[in-house]
Design a protein around this ligand. Structure first.
Ligand code: GLY
Length: 417
C-alpha cells in the first residue's frame, strides 16, 4: 500500500468519525431541546405541588398522582436531568421545588417503591446540588427513606415485600408475600445510604434481595417472571406468575428491562460477578430475542403475538397481530442500562451492548416516539404501555419513559465525548 493511499483512507476514516460525532451530538442536543420545551409547557399548567405528572388521561390532559404513587419521583427527576444538560438555573429551581414537594414520600411504606420515588428525585438532587446544607438535608431524607424501606424486609424471607396481600391477576391465587422484578430498582438507594452512613445494613438487605431474586425470578434462559410469591413463614416459593405480562410463562418487556438495569447497578455497587453475569444474560435474552423489532423498541411483552400467545382476553378472539403496542419506556430504560453495562465487559460485548443502546436511542429520537413540541401534553416520548392486561396507559406517554430516556442520553453523551 502506498503512503498516499494510506493517507486518503485515514482521512476518510477521520471525516467519517467526525461526521458521526457531530450527528450524535446533534441528536442529543435536539432531544434535550424537545425536553426543555416540553417540560416548560407542562410546568405552565402544573401548579399543584401534591400532584406529580405521570401520564395523560382519556382527554389527552396531564394525569397527576400523589406522593405515594410509585412514579412521583420521576417528574422532578426529569427536571434534574434537564438541568444537568442545560445548566440553566431555572431548571435547578423547578427541580428543587418539585423534589421538596415529595418529602412526605420518605414514609412511603404501603408498598416497595420508595426507592423509585425518593432516589430518582432526592438522589439526583444530592448529586447535582452544590449547597452543602441542602445536600445534608437531602441526605437525611434519603436515610429516613432507606429506614422506611427496611420495614418491608423480613429476614426469614430475605426479600423486601413488594405489595401487601393481593389477588393474582387471574383471581385464582391470593399472593402472600409477592415480590416483583421491578423491586430490584429500589436497591440503589439502599446501597447509597450505606455509603453515606457507613452502616452496612442497607446494602446487606439489597444484596440479600438481589441474590434471592436471582434464584427465583429467572428462568433457565434468563427471561424473568414478573411476580414471585413466597411463603412468609418459610421463605419458600409459592407461585411464579405475572401481573403486567401476557401470561405467567411469558416475558413482560419492562420487567426484563428492570432486571438488566438493576443487576448492572448491583454489580457497580458490590463488584459481585454473579450480578454482572445475570445482567449480561438478561440483556442477551432481550437483544437476541426473535420478537425484538428492528428498531429495538420492544412490544410490551416478548411472547405476545407468537404461537400460543395470541388469544385476546377482551374479545375472546385473536389479538390483532399488526396492532401490538410497543413500550417506549422499556426501550428507554434498557438503553440506559446497556450503556452502563457496556462499561463492565470485554471489547466485543461492549460494542454489542453499546450499538444496541445507540439504535434504541436513535429510534426513540425519531418521530414515531419523540413528541413534536406542543403536543403529547408536554411529555417527551409517546408510545409506552403501563399495563396492557389492565387496559391501563396503553399507547400513552409515561413520565418514567422520559426519565430513563434523558438518563440514557446523558450516559451516551459521556460515552461519545
Ligand atoms: N414498576 C411498575 C411498572 O413498571 O409498571
Amino acid at each position: 500500500m502506498n503512503s498516499s493511499f494510506k493517507k486518503t483512507n485515514l482521512t476518510v476514516l477521520a471525516s467519517l468519525f467526525f461526521a458521526t460525532s457531530v450527528a450524535n451530538a446533534q441528536m442529543i442536543k435536539k432531544d434535550f431541546e424537545v425536553a426543555d420545551q416540553q417540560y416548560k409547557i407542562m410546568l405552565e399548567t402544573q401548579h399543584d405541588l401534591t400532584s406529580f405528572p405521570r401520564s395523560t388521561d382519556e382527554n389527552g390532559k396531564v394525569k397527576g398522582v400523589g406522593v405515594f404513587d410509585w412514579t412521583g419521583g420521576f417528574f422532578p427527576g426529569v427536571m434534574w436531568y434537564i438541568y444537568e444538560y442545560t445548566k440553566n438555573p431555572a431548571w435547578l429551581a423547578s427541580a428543587t421545588k418539585w423534589t421538596t414537594a415529595l418529602e412526605k414520600g420518605k414514609d412511603l411504606n404501603q408498598h416497595h417503591d420508595i426507592g423509585f420515588v425518593m432516589y430518582c428525585s432526592y438522589g439526583n438532587a444530592v448529586r447535582l446540588e452544590k449547597d452543602p446544607k441542602k445536600r445534608e438535608e437531602y441526605n437525611n431524607i434519603l436515610i429516613h427513606s432507606a429506614k422506611t424501606a427496611l420495614t418491608r424486609f423480613d429476614p426469614k424471607v430475605g426479600l423486601i415485600k413488594s405489595w401487601n396481600t393481593k389477588a393474582s391477576w387471574d383471581g385464582k391465587t391470593t399472593w402472600q408475600y409477592p415480590v416483583i422484578i421491578d423491586n430490584m430498582m429500589n436497591l440503589e438507594m439502599l446501597c447509597y445510604v450505606s455509603k453515606i452512613t457507613g452502616d452496612p445494613i442497607y446494602k446487606n438487605v439489597a444484596i440479600s434481595h438481589a441474590l434471592k431474586t436471582m434464584e427465583n425470578h429467572f428462568r433457565k434462559d434468563f427471561s424473568t417472571y414478573h411476580v414471585v410469591d413466597y411463603d412468609p413463614k418459610t421463605g419458600k416459593v409459592l407461585h411464579q406468575q405475572t401481573n403486567q405480562g401476557y401470561s405467567d410463562d411469558s416475558t413482560w418487556s419492562r420487567g426484563q428491562g428492570w432486571a438488566i438495569y438493576a443487576y448492572t447497578m448491583m454489580y457497580r455497587e458490590t463488584g459481585d460477578k454473579r450480578f454482572l453475569a445475570t445482567a449480561k444474560k438478561a440483556a442477551d435474552f432481550y437483544l437476541k430475542h426473535p420478537n425484538l423489532p428492528k428498531d429495538k423498541i420492544p412490544y410490551w411483552d416478548f411472547n405476545v403475538g407468537q404461537k400460543g400467545y395470541q388469544a385476546d382476553w377482551k374479545t375472546e378472539g385473536r389479538i390483532n397481530l399488526k396492532a401490538i403496542p410497543r413500550d417506549a419506556s422499556a426501550g428507554a430504560l434498557v438503553a440506559s442500562g446497556l450503556l452502563e453495562l457496556s462499561n463492565y465487559v470485554g471489547k466485543k460485548q461492549k460494542q454489542f451492548y453499546f450499538k444496541n443502546a445507540e439504535t434504541m436511542l436513535k429510534s426513540l429520537s425519531s418521530e414515531k416516539y419523540l413528541a413534536k413540541v406542543g403536543t403529547n401534553a408536554g411529555f417527551i416520548l409517546k408510545e409506552s404501555v403501563g399495563s396492557f392486561p389492565h387496559n391501563f396507559e396503553v399507547g400513552t406517554p409515561l413520565v418514567y419513559a422520559d426519565y430513563y430516556f434523558l438518563e440514557a442520553l446523558l450516559r451516551y453523551q459521556k460515552a461519545v465525548n
